[in-house]
Design a protein around this ligand. Structure first.
Ligand code: SAM
Length: 284
């Protein structure tokens, strides 16, 4: 769209008006560059009929861009001052769109109900909680079919990492339970106020069916946590606690057709889902 977006002067003025001092704990780095917002919105491939979930709308930089692209926006913000101001900002800058915005004051890591079922997640996430927020939302809102999130660049690489890569780990495997994740770009530090110390990355995802397995999602995630808690160990050793003994771990791994002397970083989500099926109940 050609409607105005928030620039550096607008963000500073809004922050001063609200007496907001951006905090690190809440990951408050606001985007002050309209081109970056357009780039994020374009990369999110939003259909005009969609309801988009935004986490952490802050002063509204991305929210305005999303209102131009989507039918409806549900914005979940934890900071009461920011949540209270957002409807005003939307009404002032997008008078025609204000009725298409719901602002929810909540912690995105805990929210389980929303006023509308969103089909897309688009967010400039608070960096210290980015991975748990994404996993929580994918778990609790099955209507989320796709999305684009901005996170620390290194976290973007981790989320999108494939088995065998050095940075492949718990976030990569758990994210792969729900969706296909791919890196969609890098964003520099100077488009934010205050500027973070590290670059940001964009990750685009599309939901897929979870692996077919007799194990539950929680059981599969327990194997993943155990396998990566001791990254350097072989699976036989790393899963000994999980299985009850090294021998029981070896049995489960062989039954799942996984080499017990391999390490967790080479296994894809399907292999973890198979291993979880072969955990034997511990004898009383
Ligand atoms: N979307 C805005 C932008 O791009 O300018 C702000 C992004 S800023 C990186 C992160 C935002 O998430 C802040 O507004 C912060 O208050 C909010 N936030 C932090 N933790 C949160 C949580 N657990 N749930 C919801 N919002 C959170």
């Amino acid at each position: 769209g050609t409607a105005p977006l928030l620039g550096a002067a607008d963000i500073r003025r809004l922050a001063a008006e609200l007496d907001v001092r951006p905090t690190k704990t809440l990951g408050q780095n606001f985007v002050i560059d309209g081109n970056t917002i357009r780039r994020i919105v374009a990369a999110a491939h939003i259909d005009p009929q969609e309801t988009v979930l935004e986490v952490g709308p802050g002063l509204g930089s991305l929210t305005l861009g999303l209102l131009d692209a989507a039918k409806h926006v549900v914005a979940v913000e934890i900071d009461p001052k920011l949540a209270a101001k957002l409807p005003d900002t939307a009404a002032r800058l997008r008078p025609d769109a204000a009725s298409r915005l719901d602002v929810v004051l909540a912690d995105a890591m805990r929210v389980t109900e929303l006023p509308q079922q969103p089909s897309a997640l688009v967010a400039n996430l608070p960096y210290n909680v980015a991975v748990p927020v994404v996993l929580h939302l994918l778990e609790h809102f099955p209507s989320l079919e796709h999305g684009l999130v901005m996170v620390q660049d290194e976290v973007a690489d981790r989320l999108a990492a494939k088995p065998g890569s050095k940075i492949y780990g718990v976030p990569s495997v758990k994210a792969a339970w729900y969706s296909q994740m791919r890196k969609a770009g890098v964003i520099g530090m100077n488009v934010f106020w205050p500027a973070p110390k590290i670059a940001s990355g964009l990750v685009q995802f599309t939901r897929h069916e979870p692996p077919e397995t007799r194990a539950t999602r929680k059981e599969v995630f327990a194997v993943i946590d155990a396998a990566f808690a001791q990254r350097r160990k072989t699976l036989r050793a790393a899963l000994a606690g999980w299985a009850g003994s090294p021998a029981a771990a070896e049995d489960a791994l062989r039954a799942a057709n996984v080499d017990p002397s391999a390490r967790g970083e080479v296994l894809d989500i399907h292999a973890f889902a198979r291993i979880a099926e072969f955990k034997q109940p511990l004898m009383a």
